[in-house]
Ligand binder design. Structure first.
Ligand code: AMP
Ligand code: TRP
Length: 341
């Protein structure tokens, strides 16, 4: 990790909009687990306020927030080592988000590809919140003065915007108050692709369930989805450059490397020359071995939702020890009157 004058602090978030999949796990959560041991403080967040930028059934939102928390913990995020929160219990996120709505420029927001993808042809009919989403995301990060943000590749542009917002705020008010955050987009699986189409990202919004491996899939379902995954007819190459122009093959090899914690070259040194008929069972055995303990633990944690709620309440308390002073200082910088202390 690169150094800045700010104390290293990690923040990341995932939307509790249901359906954690292998892309979320390899691109994000697995990295969160390693990073919690690399810095003194890490904060991981269920971004429920972001989720409602598109319609969420209230009951489902509650369920999905708890299930995501269970997914984090089952994957190895320890509430003793990291602060685990849902965004709405830490009101300073939304409060700083408003300030950032007044810092970010319309032109910057109009360039956001995620907004354009999600709004599609429907841009007049989506919520204002969906458009403002990246300013709230900047606030999530900067209300902790977080320096490092592990995410999948699709969040890169939002993190650049976060840097632009911090830079403009610091410049406009003549301060060096917000850090210029480093995105951490690393590993073999920063962009896990659909099992049905190697040019499309694995996503919870893909109508085909066969396109993704859900964290809650059982062993048979995982094996079946991998068996049916699209591939080409050639054998696997022995070196990474042999994966060029073979998006499906590359994706399966990347997934294997990320699950096994080895490099793509190491995978190919072992499996080069094998055909998919031999490689796919190896991949499903590995996926089942890594994922089924996590889904088992998620189910166990979900049988005691009150315990999850206690963990999130405690996390919110710890979080506010950081966010309240940073928001107060921001208000002072901006010129908001508050009682003298
Ligand atoms: P979301 O589910 O969109 O809130 O994404 C949560 C996290 O998972 C973010 O850090 C994303 O970048 C990451 N992520 C989502 N889909 C993928 C994917 N297909 N490959 C890698 N990372 C992903
Ligand atoms: N936008 C992210 C996503 O869709 C979720 C998110 C919200 C986030 N706030 C964040 C990620 C802050 C990292 C840091 O995946």
């Amino acid at each position: 990790m690169t150094q800045s004058t700010f104390t290293p602090r990690v923040f990341s978030g995932i939307q509790p909009s249901g359906g954690l999949h292998l892309g979320n796990y390899l691109g994000a959560i697995k990295r969160f687990v390693t990073m919690q041991d690399e810095v003194a403080q890490s904060i991981y967040c269920m971004v429920d306020l972001h989720a409602i930028t598109v319609w969420q059934d209230p009951k489902d939102l509650q369920h999905n927030t708890r299930e995501l928390a269970a997914g984090f913990i089952a994957s190895g995020i320890s509430p003793e080592k990291s602060i685990l929160i849902n965004q709405s219990q830490v009101p300073e996120h939304a409060q700083l988000g408003w300030i950032f709505n007044c810092v970010a420029r319309m032109g910057w927001m109009q360039r956001m590809t995620q907004f354009k993808d999600k709004a599609g042809k429907n841009a007049q009919n989506v919520s204002l919140g969906l458009f403002g989403y990246p300013a709230l995301m900047a606030a999530d990060i900067l209300v902790y003065h977080a320096t490092h943000v592990p995410v999948g590749d699709d969040q890169k542009q939002h993190l650049e915007l976060t840097r632009d917002i911090a830079t403009k705020f610091n410049h406009d008010y003549g301060v060096d108050f917000f850090p210029i955050t480093e995105p951490v987009i690393e590993g073999a699986a920063t962009r896990v692709m659909s099992l049905r189409d190697g040019d499309k990202k694995m996503s919870k919004s893909d109508p085909s369930d066969a396109s993704r491996i859900n964290m809650t899939d059982d062993a048979d379902t995982i094996a079946k989805k991998i068996r049916k995954a699209k591939t080409d007819a050639d054998a696997l190459p022995s070196e990474a450059k042999g994966l060029e122009g073979r998006p499906e093959a590359r994706n399966l090899v990347n997934i294997y490397a990320a699950l096994a914690d080895i490099s793509v070259d190491q995978v190919l040194a072992d499996v080069g020359g094998k055909n998919f008929g031999a490689f796919k069972p190896m991949l499903s055995d590995l996926a089942v071995a890594k994922l089924s303990p996590i889904s088992g633990e998620m189910a166990r944690l979900m049988s005691d939702p009150a315990e999850i709620d206690r963990i999130l309440a405690k996390g919110a308390q710890q979080a506010r020890e950081i966010t309240v002073p940073i928001l107060q200082k921001t208000y002072d910088i901006v010129g908001m009157v508050r009682p003298a202390v």
